[in-house]
Design a protein around this ligand. Structure first.
Ligand code: DQA
Length: 150
């Protein structure tokens, strides 16, 4: 079955208890459940991952990217956490693999500190979803699915 990869960066394992006034109270396990629910509706499998390590995220982007041409993977929903604002290496990984990526942020980063306003990921993402809470994951899966049919 074709799959969609959901990649989560640093500190997202703390979802549910970390700054609930900013990120809400939904846990990462509950986000995984909602991703499975949405993907199943569309006939897709889910590979759901989280890491606090940049290199590991890069390896996962390479892995997903290598499976797109064979039609095994439609793309990745990617919440890079704080690496969004720092990582040229993640930018290069997406650019180099041409992995279709929808960048997701639970919070509206543009309403927050200035250092969150710049993203190294957005220029190589197909689209971005910002500030819609964990619903952004569901919307991003839908968007990747539509793109894969186009
Ligand atoms: C985040 C926003 C980032 O600025 C922050 O570092 C995160 C979470 C979000 O989902 O809103 O870890 O990506």
């Amino acid at each position: 079955m074709t799959s969609v990869h959901i990649l989560n960066g640093p500190n997202l394992n703390l979802l549910g208890t970390r700054r609930p006034e900013v990120y809400g109270t939904t846990t990462l396990a509950a986000v995984e459940d909602l991703c499975h629910e949405e993907a199943a509706r569309l006939g897709l499998d889910v590979v759901f991952r989280q890491s606090n390590h940049e290199g590991r995220l890069i390896d996962w982007i390479h892995e997903a990217g290598a499976r797109v041409k064979a039609g095994e993977v439609i793309g990745a929903v990617f919440n890079p956490g704080a690496y969004t604002h720092t990582s040229i290496a993640l930018h290069d990984a997406i650019e180099g693999t041409e992995l279709p990526v929808i960048e997701v942020h639970i919070s509206n980063v543009h309403r927050r500190e200035a250092f969150r306003h710049h993203s190294y990921i957005s220029p190589v993402a197909r689209g971005t979803i910002v500030g819609l809470g964990v619903d952004g994951y569901r919307l991003a899966i839908d968007a990747l699915h539509r793109m894969s049919l186009a």
